[in-house]
Design a protein around this ligand. Sequence first.
Ligand code: SF4
Length: 323
Amino acid sequence: MVQEDKYLYGPVPSRRLGRSLGVDIVPSKVCTLDCIYCQLGKTTYTTIERKDFVPVGEVLAELKEKLARGLDADFITISGSGEPTLNSRLGELIDGIKKITDIPVAVVTNGTLLYRQDVRADCARADVVLPSLDAGDEQTFQRINRPHPGLSVEKLVNGLCAFRDEFSGQLWLEVFLIEGFNTDTAQIDRIEDAINRIRPDKIQLNTAVRPAAEPEVKTFAPASMQAIAKQFGDKCKVVPCYSPPSCASLNESTTEDVLADQAARRRAETLLSMLKRRPCSLSDICSALGIRRDEALKYINHFQQQGVIGFEQREGTVFFKAN
Ligand code: SF4
């Protein structure tokens, strides 16, 4: 029987953070926003109230075990199935992680709660904080991010500015570009004005490369992304994409003795844990597990035959996901 981690997943290949061990500290799917591009699907509970969602001691015990087995990761990344700053014990968790490992800690957040002093203090314990800004005005913020009624784009930008003033670590701002929503000249100029106020260390331009909550979300053209990156200046880069596998490759594998040994069972466990959190391409899986395509396809075929996972195609890329 495959044993799964409860709070950790990966290491997974992150397009922004290299090999990243995910720490999931908010239940699926609790968030302050309901973004149309969310790869986790629609938000089921939109809130701005912080809560003690998971037992920090159990998360740290799981991490200790993972470290003892040998963990090769560039970052321990607090993110997961919703907005991690909603967890009221975030600061305590980061302090606990730092006591047991030197691997840098990153927090991937939508940034909407940084107007709160306690959230800024918690996030400031991390090495890298990666917030988002997808809109230059309120109408676009409402259209793309569908926030809790207690939030506004002005509150978001002010919170990010206050955090920048207090935080001495790295602040990497993500801008998610969606054709027809936030890519016209006026909108890009407004986002640029906000970026100039926030003063992040890096700006990372992203677009939809995984299945999104809403079907109208389309991948933005690479050449147009590069033009916007040029406008935003030297600190701005386009987040690189992983190359897609072909559907035909699914037929290459066999399912014989797939989980025959302990190491294979562990890799299969990690794969299933990853796919329960988000859809992944074959390249994602190979990079995360450090295995060849044929081995990854054996696990995929095994789980497909059990009916545990399925797949969907988006813009020519196949993404596997838990059923
Ligand atoms: S993309 Fe992030 S911020 Fe937006 S709804 Fe999904 S989890 Fe929340």
